[in-house]
Design a protein around this ligand. Structure first.
Ligand SMILES: [Zn+2]
Ligand SMILES: [Zn+2]
Ligand SMILES: [Zn+2]
Length: 1005
């Protein structure tokens, strides 16, 4: 038999079917780096004066490998940068790292060990921390690059560089001079292990077991109302004393006790204690406490008056008395005060609240309100100083049992047990934290000082007010994330920004050596900015202030001896001011950025610190769009954790499946909620990936001899089928673009993937005969190729921001003639391309006709396909090419089908022949496929009728029956279609179409 293979236009491409992403991708990373692709894409937009779209990187912390959450975030940013770049925006991406802070210092400290730590100087310690950070920056940089993220990797921003450090001072200066930054004494969360103050964002809650003790605070004197009372018929002894009963779970705070808070209007009563003295507490709590104290609750020993009425006094009455502080040794003259507090809660405790102004937020507020003393016997390492009297030198947790013992000895301990409760812990070392009053630096939320917020009509605003006013000044993605940030701004306390650590930017202020006052003004700040810019913050620790401060800088007391602050700023402050240190400082960037995008946890972290410092310094948000994404969780929605064993590492997936698979996963997830990842999910993503790859490979393979400029047909001259798919491409382009512009990347991806599914099943599959068998330059083949080329051009760019490696690989396999820019140069990388334009050159009438025709034709095709399957199952036909299809329907359907060229219908159904038979259906709407064998060549002919094979389809108006018979024609040895052979005598073996092609090719056998 003649071999016709060489006369066919079989697909030609070296683009591999197997992706082997994990092996191939790294070469592309090198290629982009060598060719400066990102920088060139940015420069090209800059040259045309394109509008900016700056995606500002929230800096990951420079310790440890990247995890799924960081990978997700970075890929999302990269997707936006690449898309916006293609859309013609100037979008330089400057990645950053958060390099200072406690975790790094802690790690270096651990590595050094306590002995070397004691010897090392601050500058030496800082040097080690810097090395540690820089090491991890290199690791993470390679990991991010490996994910296909493009950016200015050689020139990232680091919070430890001189310029960056100076930016901190610029913001500090503005807010300090407005009075919004202040120094004050305040009870704050304090980690005694890390020796530092902690912000709200650095606190985690865990259950712990604490001592639960009831203590009697002996009152100085006795209320008259109590003196006249009786208990169980006996009058109060003249020498009896009365004590307030308090409850605490932190006995170590008792040395700091200065007051007891009571409820102003609540009733207080007295019980007779075991020693005959009175115990005063809230009436509402009397029974519960009596039970704790193991009293006879059936017959409570309550103090009553002569008529047997329980004697009650309001809390306000108690405030006339003082009491003996529980552990008074260090301050023997200080009397405990009884004060009224709105926070006193009668659902727990005794209604008399132990108050140590240095050890709690409420306590601190009570101190402010009533002018109470603050006794702070706890040193920063958690050890008592001399203010704790007999407990000096003890660690607070070791002191707990000792203090309880001591109270027992004194006879003031009423009861003791254990309690399990939720307690704040340090986010870093996971140890319980304490409240501790210290001198700290704060950002005031309510000081009405913001100058830029002042107008002729309104006075300067507070930071809280200004921050709340501005929440409508930018775009929230998604909308609902607005409540998170504004809710936190609304309720947060003042922001404690000082940390007692070494690895960071110093608080840029000085203290008078004489009187301790803060010395800071515009001139000192400017001097510090200059110092940091030139020598970095390290100079703070090594340079004499007199060497950099303006001559004559002095305290208001006249003293010129100034000492630099030893605290550093909160690391959140540092990363927050990147709007100044990066966006404003770098010439290629600008403030505000067009987009900040981070996970939801950053509403209390970076988003908040960036927002507050930007509002504080400039009265404006640092962004135009604020995008929040969910957490990455496992397939069942659980947080990833080592203990569950459900951690998926992006590096492992990259090594196993390839970065494009992770990227496709990111792009197809709805980022506004938590996003799941598991092996099963990755398998599904890999399947989608394979479909994309195979489809694009088909497009490459069947356009090898097609040069768009030479061979493309005008759209109006395309065959109907091709016209229809050209219209569908246009629709796809419009939808994908609209979804992407609306931040709905996952909908854009799903649209594209769904399209590809239909495209390959309904189009690519049926085109094969025409592409392979028609004459190479025939109009019919060129018509199909025109659509395939347009698809390839569109899809390779549409998927480029997501499948960055695969699309670059495809681009490299596309002929140079396809990749010319406006000046006729070959575009070297798909990432230098613009987002595709898609001009559809068809009249509106033509478009409408094609859409409505094909809607019907494809519906019929569905029925034909089902009928063909049934016919195959029944053994009537083998390949569909053997089948003759008869469509029985009403005139309207048949007219539509007839409006299409019969060859195209045969092609679309992949059958030998399509016939029509007009029938009148009665009212009932249904669709049926019937298989009828031809009379002559089917043994099973009699019983091969299959009824009710198809279900009624949605279109109620359509009445269709499909009848399949086997073709009586012969199989053409060239195209394998069943056709009349030998009609062309010059090529007797083949069908007429093939004969004509062979003639054109000059083929003779
Ligand atoms: Zn800690
Ligand atoms: Zn002074
Ligand atoms: Zn043929």
């Amino acid at each position: 038999m003649t071999n016709f293979k060489d006369t066919m236009n079989l697909p030609q491409t070296d683009f591999p079917m197997r992706a082997n992403l994990s092996t191939r991708e790294p070469a592309w990373v090198d290629f982009w780096q060598e060719k400066n692709i990102h920088q060139r894409a940015v420069a090209a937009r800059e040259a045309t004066g394109a509008p900016p779209f700056i995606v500002h990187d929230g800096p990951p912390y420079a310790n440890g490998h990247i995890h799924m959450g960081t990978a997700y975030n970075k890929i999302l940013k990269d997707l936006v940068v690449k898309y916006k770049t293609m859309r013609g925006y100037y979008s330089p991406y400057v990645p950053g790292w958060d390099c200072h802070g406690q975790p790094i210092e802690h790690k270096v400290e651990q590595d050094l060990g306590p002995k070397r730590m004691a010897e090392i100087t601050k500058p030496e310690l800082r040097e080690l921390c810097r090395d540690y950070a820089m090491g991890w920056i290199d690791v993470q940089r390679n990991e991010f690059k490996r994910l296909g993220v493009l950016g200015d990797w050689d020139n990232p921003y680091l919070t430890l560089t001189h310029d960056y450090e100076a930016g901190n001072v610029e913001v500090f200066k503005k807010m300090y001079l407005d009075g919004v930054v202040y120094r004050g004494r305040k009870s704050i969360h304090w980690c005694i292990r890390c020796h530092t103050a902690l912000a709200e964002a650095e606190i985690e809650y865990y259950d712990v077991t604490s001592p639960s003790v009831y203590v009697a605070f002996k009152l100085d004197g006795m209320l008259d109302a109590f003196k006249a009372g009786y208990i169980n018929g006996e009058s109060v002894q003249s020498d009896a004393s009365a004590s307030l009963v308090i409850w605490t779970t932190t006995p170590w705070t008792l040395p700091s006790n200065v007051a007891v808070a009571v409820s102003e209007d609540a009733a207080y009563v007295a019980l007779r204690g075991a020693d005959g003295n009175l115990l005063v507490l809230a009436k509402e709590r009397a029974e519960a406490i009596a039970e704790v104290l193991e009293m006879d609750t059936e017959n409570l020993p309550l103090l009553v008056d002569g008529s047997g009425q329980v004697i009650e006094v309001p809390g306000s009455e108690l405030t006339k008395l003082t009491y003996q502080r529980p552990i008074p040794d260090a301050h023997p003259d200080l009397k405990g005060r009884i004060v009224v507090g709105e926070h006193v809660d009668l659902s727990t405790g005794t209604g008399a609240v132990h108050t140590a102004t240095g050890h709690g937020h409420e306590d601190y507020l009570m101190g402010q309100k009533w002018g109470l003393e603050t006794i702070m016997p706890v040193k920063e390492n958690g050890v008592f100083d001399k203010n704790a009297g007999p407990f000096e030198g003890l660690h607070i947790y070791k002191a707990n049992p000792k203090i309880v013992e001591w109270l027992k000895d004194k006879g003031t301990l009423l009861a003791e047990s254990k309690i399990e409760h939720s307690y704040p812990h340090c986010w870093r070392c996971k140890k319980p934290v304490i409240f501790r009053a210290t001198e700290q630096w704060f950002v005031s939320m309510d000081h009405p000082g913001l100058k830029h917020a002042a107008t002729a009509q309104a006075p300067a605003q507070s930071l809280r007010q200004s921050a709340l006013d501005k929440v409508d000044s930018f775009n929230w993605i998604p909308d609902r994330s607005k409540n998170r940030l504004s809710g936190m701004v609304e309720s947060r306390p003042d922001w404690c920004i000082s940390r007692q650590r070494s690895w960071g930017v110093p608080i840029p202020a000085h203290r008078c050596k004489d009187c301790g006052e803060v010395v800071a003004n515009a001139e000192t700040f400017d001097a510090i900015i200059a110092l940091f810019k030139e020598h970095g913050a390290d100079a703070w620790f090594t340079t004499d202030p007199a060497d950099y401060l303006p001559a004559g800088t002095a305290c208001t007391c006249g003293c010129e001896q100034l000492e630099p602050e030893s605290d550093i700023v909160d690391v959140w402050w540092e990363s927050g001011v990147s709007h100044t240190s990066v966006l404003q400082a770098r010439p290629e960037l600008s403030r505000p950025a067009q987009l900040y995008v981070e996970g939801t946890d950053q509403h209390r972290g970076w988003f908040q610190s960036a927002y507050l410092t930007s509002i504080g310094a400039y009265g404006k948000a640092p962004w135009e769009n604020l995008m929040t994404h969910g957490f990455t969780v496992d397939g069942e929605g659980r947080k990833m954790s080592k203990s569950i064993g459900n951690v998926i590492s992006p590096i492992e997936i990259t090594d196993k499946l390839g970065a494009d698979i992770i990227r496709l996963w990111v792009a197809t997830t709805d980022f506004t909620v938590d996003v799941g990842i598991s092996d099963e999910i990755l398998t599904r993503v890999s399947d989608s990936y394979r479909r994309v790859r195979n489809s694009l490979r088909f497009l490459l393979g069947n356009t090898y001899d097609f040069i768009p400029a030479r061979d493309a047909l005008p759209h109006a001259e395309l065959l109907d089928t091709d016209k229809y798919w050209m219209i569908r491409l246009k629709q796809l382009h419009a939808k994908v673009t609209a979804y992407n512009d609306d931040w709905k990347f996952y909908l854009a991806q799903r649209e594209a993937l769904d399209f590809l599914g239909e495209f390959s099943a309904l189009y690519i599959d049926v085109l094969k005969d025409r592409l392979y068998s028609d004459a190479p330059t025939s109009t019919s083949r060129r018509s199909a190729q025109t659509v395939l080329a347009a698809s390839l051009n569109l899809l390779v760019r549409t998927f480029a921001p997501v499948l960055v490696f695969t699309c670059e690989e495809i681009w490299s396999f596309m002929a140079d003639e396809w990749k010319l820019d406006e000046s006729g140069e070959v575009v070297e990388s798909v990432h230098l391309c613009d987002w595709p334009e898609f001009e559809l050159d068809l009249s509106k009438d033509d478009i409408d006709t094609q859409l409505s025709t094909f809607e019907q034709v494809l519906a019929v095709r569905e029925q034909v396909t089902k009928a063909l399957e049934d016919a195959r199952t029944a053994g009537l036909v083998g390949k569909s090419q053997e089948a003759v299809v008869t469509v029985r329907s009403d005139i309207q359907v048949l007219d539509t089908l007839r409006s299409i060229d019969s060859e195209l219908l045969e092609e679309m159904f992949i059958v030998s022949e399509v016939n029509f038979e007009e029938v009148e259906f009665d009212g009932e709407a249904y669709v049926e496929s019937v298989v009828v064998p031809t009379a002559d060549n089917s043994a099973e002919s009699e019983d091969a009728e299959v009824e009710d094979l198809a279900e009624a389809e949605a279109n109620d108006d359509t009445h269709i029956e499909v009848i399949i018979t086997k073709s009586s024609l012969e199989k053409c040895p060239r195209c394998w279609n069943y056709r009349e052979l030998g009609t062309d005598t010059s090529h007797k073996d083949v069908c007429a179409r093939c004969a004509s092609v062979l003639t054109q090719l000059g083929f003779s056998c």
